[in-house]
Design a protein around this ligand. Sequence first.
Ligand SMILES: [Zn+2]
Length: 475
Amino acid sequence: MLRSLLDTLKCSALAALLAGASAQVHADTFAIENVTVLPMTAAASPLKQTTVVVRDGRIAAIGPAKSVTVPAQARRIDGTGKWLMPSLSDMHVHFPNERMLDLVARAMGGNGMPGVTLDTADLSAPYVAMGVLQIVNASAMSEDVGRRREIESGRVLGPHMALAAMVDGAKPIWPPGMTRVAANAADGRQVVRDIKAEGYDLVKVYSKLDFDTFSAIVAEARQQGLKVMGHLPARGEGLTEKLFQPGFDLVAHAEEFGWQSKDMSDADIQRYVTAVKRNGTSLVSTLTTNEIIARQARDPSVLQGRPEYKYVHPALYMFWTHNNRYVTSATPERIARLEAVVDFNRRLIRAFVQAGITVLPGTDTIIPGQVAGVALHEELKALVDAGMSKEQVLVAATRQSAEFLGVLADRGTLEQGKRADLLLLDADPLADIVNTRKIAAVIANGRYLPASELKTMLDQLVQRYSTALPAAKSE
Ligand SMILES: [Zn+2]
């Protein structure tokens, strides 16, 4: 039976049909005229009074008005006084699913959350509305392999999702099913081959791996052509420099280095700079992650009242307010350490950037206080406050993130032929980084979504979420 199915799949007519199945869904043709373009290419500076034509999801033409032919059927959008740039990337998020909620709820001693459903379009809406059209899902599960295709095919409006499957040591921090477990080098190599075969993009290494297993995973991933991102295991074992082996591509948090250091000193930071730079490893910042963790440990009321919190599914929000270990475990000593980490992270990022190490923005969204899409804009501001230039931050959130993920040929800069994943802004983000939030329109895979439409999308989301969890109303 299986044999004959495989034979059928080899039939050339079917193969042709399958190849053509990814037809374009958005036939929108439009031109944005007289706009200032921030191409985010290595060489190009801002292009003033430019016309950009979008057709079939791609940038069909870009140039001065007199040199660009706008197709007759194209909608014309006045870009006067506006800025057009590539959409943004969040290089570290967690995109939840029902099974993940059940696993985590049971690990906390509950009975799972059988009544809760999570909708991919709903979870995606805040990312889209904030112009964050590329994310790295740092605890991807098999559900996400299907979701990624729903989004890529255009059936669901959402961000491009790079999938990182998690692997931890024999006593994993997160429940098996959400993470994979590898107790030794042989396990580790097999886990990597499974991750590859099941269709993930990256391997996410986690805190409890022992050094030999970590090393085997990194070596196997390199052989399999999978990138490795993650935590720094073997805390307190004095092995930090040895973790930076060929194939270890991306550290998931600045904070990871803080856990490797006894005193979070500048001297240690210089050692880390040397090891990371030599290995060509990059870093995901997650500055705001530690900032919001420290703030909620000191004062849990920061998790109440912000209008953006309504974009969080009520079942997830309950984890913020009812099962929040940052709050329940807060002691004066812990709060002091959390605040020291915030300071350490800023020093580390400054040193990394000065040394020419690539720092990419990420938020660890799902962490209490981090709202999808919204948190990325806050992270960009935090990076500028930590000492990166506005241009460095914008390049990191666009071109460099796409380059890291191997998708730069498709997106990440604003150039002819690239996918039209764009952000139209009412103010110049190079003048003030908070202007990334002044969104006039998001262009997602060539689909033009003006601010009014994005607002309606979020209003409807808030409405749905307000009735998504009836049992929680008594709260
Ligand atoms: Zn994370």
